[in-house]
Design a protein around this ligand. Structure first.
Ligand code: IPE
Ligand code: IPE
Ligand code: MG
Length: 241
């Protein structure tokens, strides 16, 4: 979607939820305990988001690179995702949350894929909050999958390469229909984007907080959002007097 030149409020907030492992390790606990705690924080942030003026919330749950972790951790994370969907479905529906997923689902377990499709269908009519969860998501992987489809369209004569535009590419990505993020927050003190929304974040503002994700609460989100309100987003132009 085109860059919307609206300053003041972060309508679309995207979060790189990082630091679960360190949070657990610091306490001498297995990493999965940190991931479970992290899922609790997701529930809390999702509940708080609409009252903070957020209309779109996109969260990075599992990257295309996270398969490098131990089988135990990967399976544990997948179980947490499935449990979240099963346990939160009613509440999401009651609260008017539309849940969607981005990323390549084909590598995910069939049962999880079914749960994902089920909750997307069940909440499709809601719009109080648009919650998008990135699972097996990588910005480069998303781009490759989109390019394969566009190239196939061009080869079949359905797409004129000369007519290819930014809108065509945006429309071929997993995030089709989502506005670009206004603000991307990363917890845990790392100041990198780790393959999260590279195309969509061209004009996003970034906030990096040292807080580990299991310690990230709505009051910190509120503080970050109030700082966002003071930013001067110029989108390449000149500040209006
Ligand atoms: C973020 O926490 C959650 C996922 C990437 C799934 P990490 O698991 O990356 O936690 P740290 O960075 O090791 O502390
Ligand atoms: C990014 O965190 C991915 C998610 C939050 C799901 P990582 O912990 O995987 O990123 P790196 O390895 O520190 O770049
Ligand atoms: Mg990490």
């Amino acid at each position: 979607m085109a860059i919307k030149e609206e300053t003041g409020r972060a309508r679309h907030v995207a979060i790189i939820m990082d630091g679960n492992g360190r949070w657990a390790t610091e306490r001498g606990w297995p990493r999965l305990v940190g991931h479970r705690k992290g899922a609790e924080r997701v529930k809390e942030i999702v509940r708080a988001a609409p009252d903070l003026g957020i209309e779109w919330l996109t969260i990075y749950a599992f990257s295309t690179e996270n398969w490098k972790r131990s089988t135990e951790e990967v399976l544990g994370l997948m179980a947490i995702f499935a449990r979240y969907i099963e346990r939160e479905a009613d509440r999401l529906a009651t609260e008017g949350v539309r849940m969607r997923f981005i990323g390549d689902r084909s590598r995910l377990d069939a049962k999880l894929q079914k749960l994902m499709a089920g909750i997307e269908a069940r909440t499709a009519q809601f719009s109080r909050l648009n919650l998008t969860v990135a699972i097996n998501y990588g910005g480069r992987d998303e781009m490759v999958r989109a390019m394969r489809r566009l190239c196939a369209d061009a080869a079949a004569g359905r797409l004129d390469p000369a007519a290819l535009s930014e809108a065509t590419i945006s429309g071929a990505l997993d995030t089709v229909g989502l506005p670009d993020p206004d603000l991307i927050i990363r917890t845990s003190g790392e100041t990198r984007t780790s393959n999260f929304l590279p195309w969509q974040s061209a004009y996003a503002e970034y906030e990096f907080t040292p807080t580990l994700w299991p310690d990230f609460r709505p009051d910190e989100l509120a503080t970050i959002l109030s700082r966002f309100g003071n930013r001067d987003r110029r989108f390449g132009g000149v500040r209006k007097a």
